[in-house]
Each structure stands twice: as C-alpha cells, then as structure tokens.
Write a protein that binds this ligand. Sequence first.
Ligand code: PMP
Length: 424
Amino acid sequence: MTRTRDRELRDRASKVIPDGMYGHQSVRRLPEEFPQFFSKAKGARIWDVDGNEYVDYVSAYGPNLFGYGFEPVDRAAAIQQARGDTLTGPSEVMVELAEAFVGMVSHADWVMFCKNGSDATTMALVVARAHTGRKTVLVARHAYHGSAPWCTPRPAGILPEDRAHIVNFNYNDAESLTDAVRSHAGDVAAIFATPFQHEVFHDQAEPNAEFARVARALCDESGALLVVDDVRAGFRLDRDCSWARLGVQPDLSTWGKCIANGYALSALLGAEKARQAASEIYVTGSFWFSATAMAAALETLRHVRESNYLEHIIAAGLRLRDGLQRQAAGYGFSLRQTGPVQMPQILFNDDPDLRVGYAWTGECVRRGVYLHPYHNMFLSAAHGDQELTRTFEVTDAAFASVKQRRAGLGPVVQLTRPRRPGSN
Ligand code: PMP
C-alpha cells in the first residue's frame, strides 16, 4: 500500500491549511495507516489519492445513505444544475421538498432549509428563544450539536458568555433533566436531545422511553420547545423523526448529513406552534436556497419512502455485528458493539486507552476496510454481500495480526479523551 501522494499533499497542506487539516475530517488523532486525502467514491467504496480502495463504514460521517454516486439522485441533481442552481430567488423544488418533508415527518408543519447541521441546530435555538422569550437551553452533557460558539466542544475563541445560558443534564436520566428544568423554572426555552446517545470514545446508548416522555411532559408543562437533533441519525432509524418510534413528537427537529445523499443541505422542521417565531427570526445564507441540493434531497426522500433501504441497512448491520463478534471471540477478543446496528460504535473490552482498537482499525485500513476507532460508523444501502464478504476477510486478518502484536502494543500517540468530546 503506497502513501506517496497522500504524504505530499499533507506536506503541502501543512503550509496553507491551519494544522494541516481541521475539524472532524482531520486524521491527526487516527492511526497512522489512515489516509488524509481521497480521490473518488462509488457505492460503499472509497479510493485514497494513492489509488488504494476501501470498503467505507464511515460514509462521509453520515451523508452517504444510498451509496456514493447513487445514480437517481445524481441525475436529479444534474438536471436541476443544468437549469439553474444558485439564483436570485428560490426554485420550485424548494416548495416541493418542503411539502415532501411535511408529508413524511409527523410532527412537522413547516420547514426551513440551510446547509450544515450547525445551521439547523443554531436556528432551532433561536426559534425556541423567539417563541418563549426565554434564555435557558438544556443540552445533554457531552452531546454534540455542531460547531457554533454555543455548542462547539473546543474552548479556543469561545467566551463564557457564548454559553451563559446553556445548561447540561445527563442523557437518559429523567431526574437530572427534571432537576435542570426546575432549577431554571420560568426561563427554559428549549430541551435539546439527540435520538440516542452517540458520543465519540464512548459506548452508545438507546434512549429510554421514560426519559423521552419526561422530556415531552416537561416541555408541555413549562412551555419550552422540545428539539430532537436528528442531524446524525435522521432516516437511519426511521422514515419519520427518530423519536416517533418512541411515540414522542418534538416541536422542532434538525436534519442534515444524509437528507440529500451527499449534496449540501440541512433543515429545521417545526410544529405549528413554533411557526410564528420561525417567521420572525432573521436567518439566511447565500447558498441556502440553491436548487441542486434540493432536487437531490427530493429524490433522496422518494427513495426513503419507496425503497426498502432501511431494512437492508439493518440486515447488513446485523450481519456485520454478528460476524465481528464471532471473529473477535475466536481470537480471544471481546468487543462492545453498541447503538443501532446501522450506526455501530465498536470498542474493545480491556482496552482503556484504545490501543487495541487503534491497532485493529489500523490493520483493517491497511488491508482495505475503513473502520473508525472511536466515532460511530454509518452503514449505507450500498453495503451488500460483496462488501461484507470482503470486510470479513480483512477483519479476520486484522484480528489475527493484532493478537500476535498485542503484547507489544504501545500507548496511542496523541490520543486525548476530551471531557467535552470533539465529535462530528
Ligand atoms: N448535530 C449532530 C447530532 C451531529 O452529529 C452533527 C454533526 N456530526 C451536527 C449537529 C452538526 O452538523 P454539521 O457538521 O453538518 O454542522
């Protein structure tokens, strides 16, 4: 496996891009086998700039739902692109897409589009404050809602004032949430919750239904808005908002990542009661109304409604989980595979500083399977038999190699476990 071109590009990047790369796609904290730069992708496969091919379980950190280069979506986008993309005003497709979302997401009566998840979560916060005239926003400790000053995990450049009214509670802990609401009685604008607990470096946890019901009840009593942040999990758990499965309807939900299968689009969806506030705030962006990504999203949503992609992804995720569990046991390893099978987090037992997980994912990447050592992964509808067969060949060889090397594994260089995780 060559890395010549990747090394050259990293070298050049280090001169013109701060820290050589920034944000969630920087490989600085990943094992050395991980390439930084990629050249192309198709289906569930990606190729790095040196031409090495990988079965990709990170799916661009979520946006790839139906496969990279999924033709029906790319065709719809190309047709719109040829007609016009970023114009002096929005296109017809914006209304069609808003209608499609409202038709699919049961709590939603209206939609506002933007570009990234952080745009949508920040807009949710502003709508909630406009609706209630209050300041306090409750957010689960360590949850990731984006990179805006009110929620970014890194302290550099952020003022205490930026977070002055952000109050933490413990996810899945109805008592902690109730206490947080009571201690800010009369001033809670919103409760934010991710569909399940998906933090970097940690096991994932399903939401307990009681926690979700208490969140809804506290909002109903206090007048605060309940926000489900579906940016990461949206359409991978359900064809509706992810908490619809629990029978809990939020007032607002935030979407991004996979809703246009790789095209840049995010959205804030809201219930009738928040419409007035959403009409009053001023939010916009030069590219928020661009039609190409909306045409891509309209086609993506059609496939969400009409195909069995979700059942397929769940079946593939189950096969992956079972197969890895069996292989690991055969080599004397014990895995913790947590969260929904379609968004797996894979950590090793007896591996407190992740050195075994780093070695194993490094060996997988070296052999052509891109698995992440500390961030949840994302299966797509393009993960089929061939990909799983190839994966199991590689993961088996990787377990064998790590078993041999285990005694000599050193600490992971530069691994830090941030108190507030820097996830994306
Ligand atoms: N909310 C959640 C739950 C996320 O996972 C993310 C990104 N991973 C965001 C918000 C922010 O999205 P973006 O990176 O597109 O701004």
